[in-house]
Design a protein around this ligand. Structure first.
Ligand SMILES: [Zn+2]
Length: 131
């Protein structure tokens, strides 16, 4: 079972406010699907609580407005940011690291949310924190 819908990864208040059509191409959809099937749904099953996506796919215009990196994996649907209510990013990351879930990058961003990416070609399994 999949608890996610694509709209959770496409909806953006910033995009709406700026009249940006934040709709991915097929290749980015495919990457989002991999991210959901191999990372987010297994994490959802493991934690057994709602995963709230705070940022998923970002088209170039949206990424620019949000100040994202020019090579951000959000640009091709490989990355998502999320929170889980009443759980710190540190705790979430520790749970993921104890599992066999594969990922490209797992980042604790400012102790506020978790960034996770999945690359169907090659996963680097990098874990770090941005202060
Ligand atoms: Zn991110």
């Amino acid at each position: 079972m999949i608890n996610f819908s694509f709209s959770e990864f496409l909806n953006s208040d910033t995009a709406k406010k700026n009249n940006i059509n934040n709709f991915p191409d097929i290749s980015s959809f495919d990457n989002l699907l991999h991210l959901i099937v191999f990372c987010l749904q297994p994490i959802r099953n493991l934690i057994n609580k709602p995963i709230i996506i705070t940022s998923g796919y970002r088209c170039a215009n949206l990424n620019k407005i949000l100040g994202g990196a020019v090579n951000s994996q959000h640009l091709n649907g490989q990355a998502a940011d999320f929170i889980v209510k009443n759980m710190t990013p540190e705790k979430i990351i520790n749970i993921i690291l104890k599992s066999d879930i594969k990922f490209d990058q797992l980042i604790n961003e400012h102790d506020k949310w978790v960034h996770i990416s999945y690359n169907k070609e090659k996963n680097r399994h990098q874990v770090f924190k941005i202060k």
